[in-house]
Design a protein around this ligand. Structure first.
Ligand SMILES: Nc1ncnc2c1ncn2[C@@H]1O[C@H](COP(=O)(O)OP(=O)(O)OP(=O)(O)O)[C@@H](O)[C@H]1O
Length: 454
């Protein structure tokens, strides 16, 4: 037997302005909700019970602060979605509300349609996503097996706990962390663990394209909208409409495109370049940055309102030197991956080699660990990886190995450098070079040939 009568109110509207209250009640009925209204925070808290499916909460209430009401709602019903109504230009309150667990916010005056779109989405999600189980298996796992991520580092375990929760939501996520820490890797994991996992995961690197092309890449264009636009093209927001759009290096988004991104995040609507048809998107955005975006806002290089819209959930990925517990496991996984790719048996790290990896500072983070292991395994003959295989590779400067052009060296260039230096140091003695690099003389001949030194 149902615990509540079928006509029990299921949308709680909390606003002290009676006109807005009536308007919202009327519109709610129109959209298939059963509204109940309160004009004060205390009255709202009295009306709260399990039958309520969602709350629309005004920030400026006469008795209890809207934020306080939100926090009390969260205490009693942690999963109840609350949509906060805030004043114009009150981005700070909006962000505070989102951080305190509001499902979304709307700035007054707002379009009723937008409010009921959000509510419809909430209802859809709650129907589709089963409540999270006590174990670490995740919601949204009905299609793909979702192996829970693990880590030996308490910092990363906390990150993963938050990441798994965030994956189940639709909220925008900002991934922060130094270069090479795994922002792209974790963005993919969020998508894989999300209810969108069977849809597209599309990456756009903001600094990779000049402004005009980036605009067209993101939003698409109509034929003839700029020189070279010989046909119409859908942008990434259209292509990833049901999936996830990963915006890498968001700090480099040109100023001219920032308002357009803000609009699409706020209203889920946009125009193609040169287009006049308003298009809709349901994309989930994950953005990443390795610069301090807050500092960029303060310096005037990034819009504050966009920063707040992106930074709804921030997940910080610690540098490898702060999660050294993970080095051994990561190294093992990476070695397995290299062995699979090369179709060889694999390598065992000696104890001293493991200690050398642990002692290193890893300025280039996981990417550098991958490079070091790629290079070390390229030179060894056997299946054991010793300290001497790694030592020459663990002397990188803090800013990472850079070529004369200032860009990071490729693996092949690094291999060439290490080999040539050793070969010259040995007085072009092949046997000595082989011994020093821990490779066979045959490999020295091969490397001399590969690098054009023979
Ligand atoms: N937890 C992990 N397990 C296995 N591999 C990882 C992990 N984290 C990162 N990697 C690998 O490390 C490399 C660097 O990661 P990624 O490209 O995600 O870093 P990033 O933070 O996006 O770097 P950048 O800021 O330079 O774009 C990738 O090859 C990735 O697959």
């Amino acid at each position: 037997m149902a615990r509540y009568p079928s006509d029990a109110p299921n949308l709680l509207i909390v606003d002290d302005d009676s006109t807005i209250q009536r308007l919202l009640e009327f519109a709610a009925k129109d959209h298939g909700w059963r509204p109940v209204a309160a004009g004060t925070g205390n009255h709202a808290l009295e009306l709260l019970d399990e039958a309520i499916e969602a709350v629309v909460l005004d920030h400026g209430l006469p008795d209890v602060e809207g934020m306080e009401v939100l926090s009390r709602i969260r205490d009693r019903f942690p999963d109840l979605p609350v949509i906060m109504l805030t004043g114009l230009n009150d981005a700070e309150t909006a962000v505070k509300a989102l951080r305190a667990g509001a499902a979304d916010y709307l700035t007054k005056p707002f379009e009723l349609k937008r409010l009921f779109d959000i509510l419809r989405e909430i209802r859809r999600e709650r129907k589709e996503i089963p409540a999270p189980a006590a174990t670490s298996t995740l919601p949204g796992s009905s299609v793909k097996a979702t192996k829970a991520l693990t880590s030996a580092s308490p910092k990363v375990r906390e990150l993963l706990r938050r990441l798994e929760k965030a994956a189940a939501l639709n909220s925008t996520i900002l991934l922060t962390g130094e270069s090479g820490t795994g922002k792209t890797y974790f963005a993919r994991e969020i998508h894989r663990l999300s209810p969108r996992s069977t849809e597209d995961f599309i990456t756009v690197s903001c600094p990779a394209l000049p402004r005009e092309l980036l605009e067209s890449e993101l939003f698409g264009h109509e034929r003839g909208s700029f020189t070279g636009a010989t046909s119409s093209r859908a942008g990434r927001f259209e292509q990833a409409s049901k999936g996830t759009l990963f915006l890498d290096e968001i700090g480099d988004l040109p100023a001219e495109l920032q308002p357009k991104l803000l609009n699409v995040l706020q209203d889920r609507e946009f125009f193609r370049v040169g287009g006049n048809k308003l298009l809709k998107t349901d994309t989930r955005v994950i953005a990443a940055t390795n610069v301090d975006l807050r500092a960029r806002v303060n310096a005037g290089g990034f819009r504050e309102d966009l920063y707040y819209r992106l930074n709804i959930i921030e997940l910080h990925i610690p540098p490898l030197r702060e999660r050294k517990e993970d080095i051994e496991g990561l190294a093992g996984d990476i070695l397995k991956r290299i062995a699979q790719r090369r179709g060889v048996e694999g390598w065992q790290l000696s104890e001293a080699a493991g200690a050398a990896l642990l002692a290193f500072d890893w300025p280039g983070n996981v990417r550098q660990l991958e490079n070091v292991l790629e290079r070390a395994t390229a030179f060894t003959d056997g299946t054991a990886l010793g300290e001497k295989d790694l030592a020459p590779l663990l002397e990188t400067r803090r800013d990472g190995p850079l070529g004369s052009s200032g860009r990071p060296l490729t693996l092949q260039e690094m291999e060439r450098d290490v080999f040539i230096q050793t070969y010259h140091r040995s007085g072009k003695n092949k046997a000595k070079t082989a011994r020093e690099l821990g490779i066979s003389e045959r490999s020295v001949y091969n490397l001399l040939e590969r690098h054009g030194l023979k």
